[in-house]
Design a protein around this ligand. Structure first.
Ligand code: TRP
Length: 439
């Protein structure tokens, strides 16, 4: 059967970078960097993204490309060829990662809805007149979010409907350059505010003592996996559309680099401005929906910069959400023989319907988001790694990863992948459970 591919290496990398850059970069990274040692945090972070999580990227891409299938079909193939007749079992295991990212899509679409609402508030110049601190609490978790939630699902649906080249790739080719350009503009605004120096110091002055705390390392590790969208489905299905001449090894380094760059730019765009107005950087929704609007309410030129900021976050959101819907779409197309458009519509309707009770109740929203990110997603990453490196075989995995590479990886990589990477993925899963979330 005909299977789409990306138009080329550039399209592939942009789509993967789009998936990687998301709310994790914006509402977690800058805060974590400040809280866990400033520049010192970059040591565990860079070690884990380049040394460990990049192997996860290579694994998922190579897995998808070698089988030319998404997780369900790829797991099925690999099980069948290793133990004839066990394909069904493999397919069932392959559903885990697809369900994991789809359940993340369900709550991510709700957050995109909030972002769209704030984009419109920013456009209307509302930040300077409304009671920002009160507002989020009276909006999130109410029926007032439903229309915005629907828009979050619809926007994602529209992109995925157009397929790989004309939908996901094209959208990312527009959104990613705009996102980076906006972040640079915001960075310049942020660091030139009087009093920005304190924020830069908060972010960068290394506190080496934080490296002695195990918590710093755990947070950096969780961040590394989540920010690169590891979970056994997203990067796997994106890899399944990669061309044979796309070099997996160098692509993974480039994706890690661009994703890191976006995190650093976002941190520079946010933290100095927060400090310049005497506010406290918070983590999570509080940073985006309370602290930052307060910054724009006070900042000279805050109206336009506020619009730009929320536009860039909306782009970061959609470029990630499409990557959470596509694995399930591919699954239905491949396994149930559905047309793309049927699969996309059915899954979008399901995501909206399941999301509704979460959108109107923050308690339920929190429980759902926790289960998806803490328990299911890390399990997806583990099963994909085990199936590819152990069941399919680390030797064949290495061959796929090394295809066309100028500096192919030696035999050492097989042991590294089978033992070190798989053990760390397991560790991420266990730490998530023990700490109630580290991603
Ligand atoms: N990496 C994205 C972020 O940092 C989130 C994301 C997108 C994701 N697709 C994913 C996470 C798939 C896990 C699996 O916000």
């Amino acid at each position: 059967m005909f299977r789409e591919t990306w138009t080329g290496k550039m399209g592939f990398i942009l789509a993967c970078v789009g998936s990687a850059i998301g709310l994790g970069n914006i509402w977690l990274f800058s805060w974590r960097m400040g809280a866990y040692g400033g520049a010192a945090f970059l040591i565990p972070y860079l070690l884990f993204v380049f040394g460990i999580a990049s192997v996860g990227l290579m694994e998922e891409w190579a897995f998808g490309r070698s089988q030319r299938k998404g997780a369900v079909g790829a797991f099925e193939n690999v099980f069948n060829s290793r133990w004839p007749g066990s394909g069904k079992f493999g397919a069932v295991i392959g559903i885990i990662p697809v369900l994991a990212v789809f359940s993340i899509f369900i709550f991510y679409a709700i957050v995109i809805g909030w972002l769209l609402k704030y984009l419109f508030l920013a456009i209307g110049g509302a930040f300077s007149t409304m009671d920002i601190s009160e507002y989020f609490g009276t909006f999130a978790g109410t029926t007032g979010t439903i229309g915005w939630h629907a828009a979050g699902v619809l926007g994602t649906m529209l992109i995925v409907l157009f397929g790989i080249q004309k939908g996901i790739e094209k959208a990312n080719k527009i959104m990613m350059p705009v996102l980076f350009a906006i972040l640079v503009v915001l960075l310049i605004r942020s660091v030139t505010l009087p009093g920005a120096g304190e924020g830069i110091a908060y972010m960068f002055v290394p506190e080496w003592s934080k490296l002695a705390s195990i918590e710093t390392w755990i947070m950096a590790l969780g961040q590394a996996f989540f920010t690169l969208s590891l979970g056994g489905a997203t990067m796997l299905v994106y890899g399944s559309y990669a061309r044979e001449d796309t070099v997996i090894l160098s692509s993974s380094m480039q994706t890690v680099l661009f994703n890191f760059l976006a995190s650093i730019l976002a941190a520079f765009a946010i933290i100095p401005a927060v400090f310049a107005f005497g506010l406290d950087p918070a983590a999570g929704p509080g940073l985006l929906f309370v602290t930052i609007p307060n910054v724009f309410a006070k900042m000279p030129g805050g109206h336009i910069f506020g619009v730009l900021f929320f536009l860039s976050v909306v782009f970061a959101g959609f470029s990630s959400s499409v990557s959470m819907l596509e694995p399930a779409v591919e699954g239905l197309m491949d396994k149930a023989g559905m047309r793309r458009c049927t699969a996309v519509i059915i899954l979008s309707a399901v995501a909206f319907a399941v999301g509704l009770p979460l959108a109107v109740d923050m308690g339920r929203f929190g429980i759902w988001a926790d289960i998806a990110t803490i328990y299911v997603l890390p399990l997806g990453a583990v099963v994909a790694a085990v199936v590819f490196f152990w069941v399919y075989g680390a030797d064949k995995a290495r061959a796929e990863i090394n295809k066309h590479a100028v500096h192919p990886m030696g035999k050492w990589f097989e042991a590294y992948a089978k033992y070190v990477f798989v053990a760390v993925a397991l560790l991420v899963m266990i730490l998530n459970i023990v700490f109630g979330g580290i991603g």
